[in-house]
Design a protein around this ligand. Sequence first.
Ligand SMILES: [Zn+2]
Length: 159
Amino acid sequence: MDPTNVPLTSCPHCGAQIPETAAFCPGCGRPMQTETRAQGTVGALRENIAGALAYLTFIPAIVFLVLEPYNKNRFVRFHSVQCLLLWGAAILLAIALKLASVVLFIIPVLGPLLVLLVSTVVGLAAVVIWLVLVVKAFQGEMFKLPMLGDLAGQYAGSI
Ligand SMILES: [Zn+2]
């Protein structure tokens, strides 16, 4: 790689702009954390593969949270918990939509149309979110969803 064109990152300690590849921050001299990208292995799997697998339904996520050594791995724990929280949110949203549709179906023509439109938009959004999560995990990133991601991060950190 061209040394003048190394991607920059900011130091988590002092905020200085430093090359992504630096082992130590030139600003404050502290070692850089390289935990943002999972590159190790856990059990028989690579961390990023396990993280992406966690999002295939909810079964692998539960297995990862119960089974050693997967449940001791921060990256895998994070994605497993985020997956389960996402399922929880999706189920609540589905119930809310169902209840709303019961009311909306009273309105002729416009009601059922509105239900169809909202269901389609929510369904497409869910597919997009799911794809982003799988790809990000596969790339070794701890990609956090709003709110859910912070909860998952807290749980993942508390081993
Ligand atoms: Zn620094």
